[in-house]
Ligand binder design. Structure first.
Ligand SMILES: [Ca+2]
Ligand SMILES: [Ca+2]
Length: 223
């Protein structure tokens, strides 16, 4: 059987471990690009969103150029998740952005899936994902690793940043010209959120540790 102090420590540690893995909150809206808004398909079958509109990509602002959404069952499929995925090069190099609040000192994780336009992206399609002062350059070689028309394959990218307490912006930007580039899907920003109940258990655990230490000191005095 564990001594009280060891038990208290175990409770505290397990509570903290639970806190670290339990609750994460998705901070982005429409990171999977499956909410297409009110855009209508263009002649080639996909949806294009231009800087300045008129169609709005829900959750995102198209800051430059244009971006395309294509259906999972089209030649530009399957999507990385859901029904649609995004070519960061619409008719030209596109940039999209979305802002969210951060908490000072908290660690945030950015993750996404990426592929490349199997139709006519250059051999090396590139883009940059940035958020919170950090960024990741995405490179998709035309070496077959990302599949082909109707058989797109996806890889994962991730990085972390520390919250400033200010509003931060995630930005996906094409870094090559042209109408075909890096594809994105399942873009996510999460932060681990302490659950009040587990923190209460942790604090109680530390309280028990304190009580056990006090008892030890008292016992030592008696001896
Ligand atoms: Ca999707
Ligand atoms: Ca395109």
């Amino acid at each position: 059987m564990l001594k009280p102090i060891a038990f208290a420590a175990a409770v505290a540690v397990s509570a903290l471990a639970t806190t670290a893995s339990a609750a994460t909150v998705e901070l982005l809206t429409n990171g999977g690009f499956d909410d297409i808004g009110t855009a209508t398909p263009e002649g080639w079958g996909g949806l294009t969103y231009y800087a300045g509109g008129p169609a709005l990509l829900p959750g995102w602002t198209v800051e430059a150029g244009s971006v395309d959404l294509t259906d999972t069952s089209s030649a530009w499929g399957p999507a990385g998740g859901g029904q649609y995925s995004l070519d960061i090069n619409g008719w030209s190099a596109g940039t999209i952005a979305q802002s969210f609040a951060t908490v000072l000192g908290r660690l945030y994780t950015v993750s996404f899936n990426y592929s490349r336009n199997p139709a006519n992206a250059p051999y090396t399609a590139t883009a940059t994902v940035s958020a919170g002062g950090q960024s990741l350059d995405v490179t998709a070689l035309g070496d077959g690793a990302f599949g082909g028309l109707g058989s797109m394959a996806w890889q994962s990218g991730t990085f972390t940043f520390v919250g400033t307490g200010n509003t931060e912006t995630i930005r996906l930007a094409a870094t090559i010209p042209g109408n075909a580039g890096v594809f994105f899907d399942n873009v996510s920003v999460t932060a681990g959120v302490p659950e009040p109940s587990t923190w209460a258990i942790a604090i109680m655990g530390f309280g028990l540790m304190g009580a056990a230490l006090r008892r030890r000191r008292m016992a030592a005095v008696r001896i």
